[in-house]
Design a protein around this ligand. Structure first.
Ligand SMILES: [Zn+2]
Length: 112
């Protein structure tokens, strides 16, 4: 049985990948990173992929890539022009909102 207790789910707002050699990787869940993950072989060897945004753990790379393909961009911040990203309230995981990726410099949020 695999011990996943070290799986870095605490890295907020991103995508955590676990590889069979017990290495971990993390990247931001932004349009350019998603494009890279889709078009490269980078995540093909991952055995577990955790997406913070929807709190899902993918054990199939194909399922994960379908998530990437179906994901639409959240747009840009009207205050500073940086990409918006889906965030979840840490105290209440059901509370989802859009926030600026420039946080904490930019505090823009809106309802998702
Ligand atoms: Zn902003």
């Amino acid at each position: 049985m695999t011990n996943c207790s070290n799986f870095p789910k605490y890295r907020s707002n991103g995508i955590s990948m676990k590889f069979g050699d017990h290495n971990y990787s993390w990247c931001e869940n932004n349009p350019s990173q998603r494009k890279y993950l889709l078009e490269s072989n980078y995540c093909d060897e991952a055995i577990e992929i955790y997406v913070w945004e929807n709190d899902r753990t993918y054990t199939s790379v194909e399922d994960f890539k379908n998530y990437l393909r179906n994901k639409h961009d959240e747009g840009t911040c009207p205050l500073c022009g940086k990409p918006l990203m889906i965030k979840r309230n840490h105290a209440d995981n059901s509370n989802v909102f859009l926030g600026c990726s420039g946080w904490p410099d930019c505090k823009f949020t809106k309802k998702a």
